[in-house]
Design a protein around this ligand. Structure first.
Ligand SMILES: NC(=O)c1ccc[n+]([C@@H]2O[C@H](COP(=O)([O-])OP(=O)(O)OC[C@H]3O[C@@H](n4cnc5c(N)ncnc54)[C@H](OP(=O)(O)O)[C@@H]3O)[C@@H](O)[C@H]2O)c1
Length: 415
């Protein structure tokens, strides 16, 4: 049984995919903003005997805070995610700004996909052949990114604002792979062509006429599903791929500019950090989630002369305690034996202006240290320690290691 998360799963292609996989015996978390539509999908699921495998999370995905709540909800229901399918979108003839201050298309069509993709990466990593299917509009060219007007403040036109989502998502996919967010997850950008769906949106009169016409003339949903099912059922070998109307699109083309992807990633992290800066304090659920990911932590201990010592370590957690290993005789180990005062700092790489500094007391124990090092190596590299670093193991065969457990006394930061 596979586990899927589908945004915009209450209508259009998202709904059709949800029912397809529920019909096959898989488990699906459907995310949408309309409670009645959610209930209708659950009813359809129950009618096919899939009530216990269908979950609905009601959320307005144009809000970053709501995307974060969705990530928490998904974690409550699933321990792995085989496929994250991104289908939520909403057209607006008139410019709208979310309560968090982002232009609505940018927030829903791009930012939500950024937050969900990076935020669920560890659950995806835990699946056998994970895939993110970003249903958007790949290949239209980075020249379409309005770097000086990402929030469509100038001369807003509904169709232009929606179309901007294509290049932004192309760069999101490229950035995801460039950042090595995961060695396992396959990122697929897919343009389904023009498909007769609900065309969720708020249209002016003239645009509504065009939409009504499209509903009558565009391809049926069933036809558009085939290429999606193909990539979901057989994730491609490449980290990033793009499909337009069932045909592969070269992801080395002009839309996939590495510098532009880095730039967009950087600008997005700054935007997200501004949001975070409005709310200082650390959410313990976010912190637990962050520690479950292969995030690098900076550990600070106290030298005999009272000065600070810092180093970077792999970490995991047991409840709210932070665990890592140190070599016996290392500077860190000696410092901790003398003074158990320790600080561990973590920051999500995609939101570098947010962080949590965990101050606490360290307890050292030899028990289970080798097993913990192996578990950490698998978490960070996908391999047992000896396979990841055979030379070091050979060199330090007799070097003892010990486990450090940090029990928090205070957690500060902005996360
Ligand atoms: N249809 C096409 O011709 C076409 C062409 C190219 C690309 N695409 C892409 O394909 C994907 C699926 O499109 P579709 O036409 O199947 O979609 P659709 O029928 O318009 O449905 C969109 C879904 O997104 C949900 N949604 C809208 N705003 C939301 C919000 N703020 N928070 C959470 N959910 C929200 C909608 O819920 P409500 O029903 O409550 O609004 C609906 O479930 C989209 O990413 C779209 O850009 C479609």
């Amino acid at each position: 049984m596979r586990s899927l998360v589908i945004t915009g799963g209450t209508d259009g292609m998202g709904r059709a995919l949800a029912l397809t996989y529920l019909g096959r015996g898989d488990e699906v978390v459907i995310v949408g903003r309309d409670g009645e539509k959610g209930a209708a999908v659950l009813e359809a699921a129950a009618a096919m005997g899939a009530a216990d495998r269908a979950h609905f999370v009601r959320a307005d995905l144009s809000l970053v805070s709501e995307n974060r709540r969705v990530i928490d909800e998904v974690r409550r229901v699933l321990s792995t995610v085989d496929a994250l399918i991104l289908c939520a979108r909403h057209y607006r003839s008139t410019r709208a700004v979310t309560a968090e201050g982002f232009e609505d298309n940018f927030a829903l069509f791009y930012l939500s996909r950024f937050v969900l993709g990076y935020g669920l990466v560890d659950l995806l990593d835990a699946a056998e052949r994970p895939v993110i299917l970003n249903v958007s509009g790949p290949g239209s060219g980075t020249s379409d990114v309005a770097w000086d007007d990402l929030q469509c403040e100038r001369d807003y036109r509904g169709m232009d604002a929606l179309m901007r989502g294509g290049p932004l998502n192309d760069l999101l996919g490229l950035g995801f792979v460039q950042n090595e967010a995961s060695a396992k997850v396959r990122y697929v950008l897919l343009h389904p062509g023009t498909v007769s769906t609900s065309f969720s949106g708020e249209y002016d009169e003239q645009t509504q006429l065009v939409i009504d016409h499209l509903k009558d003339t565009a391809r049926p949903i069933e036809e558009a599903l085939a290429p999606m099912l193909e990539v979901l059922d057989h994730p491609p070998a490449a980290g990033l791929s793009a499909v337009v109307l069932g045909e592969a699109l070269d992801v080395r083309g002009p839309a996939f500019d590495a510098d532009a992807a880095r730039r967009l990633y950087g600008e997005t992290t700054v935007l997200l950090s501004r949001l975070a800066s409005a709310a200082p304090g650390v959410s313990m659920s976010r912190l637990r989630r962050l520690l479950d990911r292969p995030v690098f932590a900076t550990v600070a201990t106290v030298h005999p002369d009272g000065g600070p010592h810092q180093s970077v370590v792999w970490v995991t957690r047991d409840g709210d305690d932070v665990l890592f290993v140190v070599a016996v005789g290392s500077r860190k180990e000696r410092n901790l034996r003398r003074s158990p005062d320790v600080s561990v700092l973590v920051s999500p790489p995609e939101e570098p202006y947010t962080y949590a500094a965990i101050r606490g007391t360290a307890t050292l124990s030899d028990e289970g240290a080798t097993e913990l090092r192996d578990a950490l190596a698998i978490k960070y590299t996908g391999k047992a320690y000896a396979d990841h670093n055979p030379e070091a193991v050979g060199r330090t065969r007799d070097t003892a290691i010990t486990t450090v457990r940090v029990s928090p006394t205070r957690v500060v930061g902005r996360l």
